[in-house]
Unconditional design. Structure first.
Lengths: 160, 221
C-alpha cells in the first residue's frame, strides 16, 4: 500500500461514504419531514433519547455532507478521483446507514418508526430493502471496470 | 437613548479596526478586503443584536433566539474570520508588541477553546488538526440541535411568551443554528483545504526533483 494512487482512492472512498450519509440525512429531513409530513419536528411519542439521537443524526448528517464534498474536491485536485468507486462508496454509505437505522434504531431501540398509525411492515421492508439494493449495486460496481465511464469523470484521473 | 449605549462596543471595534487597516495600507502592506468585509458583517451582527428593536423585545423567546444567533454564533465567527489578532499585532506600537508572549497566549489552543467553539479553529491561527476540530464541532452542533428540540418538547422556557412563541423560538434555534453550523463546518474545511494543497505541492516538487536527479545523476546540465 502507500503511494499517491492509494491515498487518492482513500479520499474518493471516504468522500463517497460521507456524502452518502449526508444524502440519507437530507432525504429524511426533506422528504419525510417537509414533504410527506410522516415525521414532525417533535411529536409527543418521541422519548428523550430519541431527541438526542435526532440531534446527533442531524449534526453528523450535514457535517458529513460538507466534509465529503471537500474530500471530493481534494481527490479531484490530486488527480486520483475514481467516479465509480465514489458512487459505490456513496451507495455503501447510504445503504449502510439505512440498515443501521432500520434495524438498530427502529427495531432494537424502538426510537421512532418510519410512519405512524399504519401497518408498518411494508415500510420497513422498503427502507431496509433499499439498503440491501444499494449494497448490491455497490458489489456490481466493484466487479466492473472502475475506470470506465461515470458521472464526474475527470480527464486527469489515472486508470485502475 | 440609553438603549443605544451597548452600540458603543461594535462602533469602537469597527472604528479601531478600520483605522488599523488604513495605517497598514498606508505603510504599503496588503490586507485582504474579504477580512474587512467579515469585520463589517460581524460588527453589524453584533450591533443588530444589541440595538432596538431586538434588544428591547427579548422577552419574546423568538427574538431572544435571534439575538443568540447573531451575538453568539454568526457575529463571533465573522469577527474571527476578520483576523483581529493578526491585525492588532501588525499595527500595535512597539511597546505593545514587546509584550508579545502575553498576546500570543491568546492564540494558544486552550484559550482558543474557551473563546467559543465557532471561532476557536479560526483564532488559533495554526494549521488546524481538522479531525479533532470536527469531532468537537459535531458534538457542539448535536447539543445545540438536541437542546432546541428539547425546549420545543417541554414548552421551554417558562416566561418566554405564549406557547406558540416559545415553539417558534425553538424551531428558529434549530433551523437557524443549522444554517450557521453548515457555514461553520465549511469554514473549518476551508482552513484545511489550502493547507493540504500546499503539502501536496511540496510533495510533488520533491518527487519531481528526485526524478530529475535519477535521470541526470550529475545534476541539471
Amino acid at each position: 500500500m502507500g503511494g499517491g494512487l492509494h491515498l487518492g482512492l482513500k479520499q474518493t472512498v471516504w468522500s463517497g461514504l460521507l456524502v452518502g450519509l449526508g444524502v440519507v440525512a437530507f432525504i429524511d429531513e426533506t422528504v419525510f419531514h417537509q414533504l410527506l409530513h410522516w415525521h414532525h419536528f417533535y411529536d409527543k411519542s418521541t422519548p428523550a433519547v430519541g431527541l438526542v439521537s435526532d440531534g446527533i443524526f442531524h449534526a453528523v448528517g450535514f457535517t458529513a455532507m460538507v466534509v465529503g464534498l471537500f474530500l471530493l474536491a481534494d481527490a479531484v485536485r490530486r488527480g486520483s478521483f475514481i467516479p465509480k468507486r465514489w458512487w459505490g462508496a456513496l451507495l455503501l454509505g447510504a445503504g449502510g446507514f439505512q440498515l443501521y437505522d432500520g434495524i438498530v434504531q427502529h427495531k432494537i431501540l424502538k426510537l421512532h418508526q418510519i410512519r405512524y398509525n399504519v401497518t408498518i411492515w411494508p415500510y420497513d421492508l422498503t427502507w431496509n430493502g433499499i439498503a440491501v439494493l444499494a449494497a448490491g449495486v455497490l458489489l456490481m460496481l466493484g466487479r466492473a471496470n472502475a475506470a470506465r465511464a461515470g458521472v464526474f469523470r475527470t480527464s486527469s484521473g489515472p486508470p485502475v | 437613548m440609553t438603549a443605544l449605549i451597548p452600540l458603543a462596543l461594535p462602533v469602537l471595534i469597527t472604528g479601531g479596526s478600520l483605522t488599523s487597516v488604513r495605517r497598514l495600507r498606508r505603510r504599503g502592506h496588503r490586507w485582504p478586503p474579504a477580512r474587512t468585509a467579515c469585520l463589517l458583517a460581524g460588527t453589524l451582527c453584533v450591533a443588530c443584536a444589541l440595538a432596538p428593536p431586538v434588544s428591547t423585545h427579548d422577552e419574546l423567546f423568538g427574538v431572544h433566539v435571534l439575538q443568540h444567533l447573531l451575538l453568539g454564533m454568526t457575529g463571533p465567527a465573522l469577527l474571527a474570520l476578520s483576523a483581529p489578532i493578526t491585525l492588532a499585532l501588525r499595527t500595535a506600537p512597539r511597546r505593545v508588541r514587546q509584550v508579545l508572549p502575553l498576546s500570543t497566549s491568546i492564540c494558544s489552543r486552550p484559550a482558543a477553546c474557551s473563546a467559543g467553539r465557532s471561532s476557536a479553529p479560526i483564532l488559533s491561527g495554526r494549521r488546524p488538526a481538522v479531525r479533532g476540530w470536527l469531532i468537537a464541532f459535531v458534538i457542539a452542533a448535536a447539543g445545540h440541535d438536541t437542546l432546541s428540540k428539547l425546549m420545543y418538547a417541554r414548552d421551554l422556557p417558562f416566561g418566554g411568551g405564549p406557547v406558540a412563541a416559545r415553539h417558534f423560538g425553538a424551531e428558529l434555534m434549530y433551523y437557524g443554528g443549522t444554517v450557521v453550523d453548515v457555514a461553520l463546518a465549511a469554514i473549518i474545511m476551508t482552513q484545511w483545504y489550502p493547507s493540504t494543497g500546499r503539502a501536496l505541492l511540496r510533495e510533488r516538487r520533491r518527487t519531481a526533483v528526485l526524478a530529475d536527479q535519477h535521470r541526470f545523476p550529475g545534476g541539471p546540465a
